[in-house]
Design a protein around this ligand. Sequence first.
Ligand code: SF4
Length: 253
Amino acid sequence: MYETIECKRALSPSGLPGVDYALNPYTGCEHGCIYCYAPGVTHTDLRTWRVVRVKRNIPGRLARELPAVEGVIGLGTVTDPYQYAERKFRLTQMCLEILHERNRRVHIHTKSDLILRDLDLLMDMDVRVGMTITNIDDRVSRMTEPGAPLPRDRLKALKGLVDAGIDCYVLIAPVMSSLEGRERRLLEAVAETGARSVFSDPLNLSNVDPSRLERMGIRSSPLARLRIGEIGRELGLDVSESFENRLPDLWPS
Ligand code: SF4
């Protein structure tokens, strides 16, 4: 369900390391991840999080605000900028066109292969892309991220980005018990895309209703995180167990 709204501002100062301003063309998200803590962070009721608010005036606002700001723009800091709404409304694409025109550094985070639609733009930008992949198994993905593209589609997108010379990393987060026993398959698939940087993060339960996870028997998995590190390094990947701490390294100033 979509609700079209007008935003007062396009950019907001970001507290994320390595990102100066946050740009979110949508609030709410259709991916429906069972571990999503974004509603808690944005003070939104979990039940309405799947109602996507479409900020139809955001490209115009962005164009007006950009001359007054400097630094890295984080596209999709609270919700996926390439969720299905983007196929219809194209706000992320319009914002990217403006950022491209103004030669701005951009950090994009997504779970969607729709990003490949904008490959021509991205190839001509100073951009880093993070692709979240939490499992290799379609069945698990459908259970934990029911509205998101399947892992194989994300991996294909990742390969397309890497082949095009885009600076990419993979975020395995949250690391859940549903990954146990599948770590090697996932990391081998990542290595095959040519991506070299992998970050992992534990399950963050501070803003999550744990009952859905408990019903599915899913919990945080320090064991799977350990194995990601071991197997990843064995495969020649640059694995970091802490996404937040390493993020500044991604944007050396
Ligand atoms: S993609 Fe991100 S914002 Fe969307 S439901 Fe999943 S965790 Fe939440």
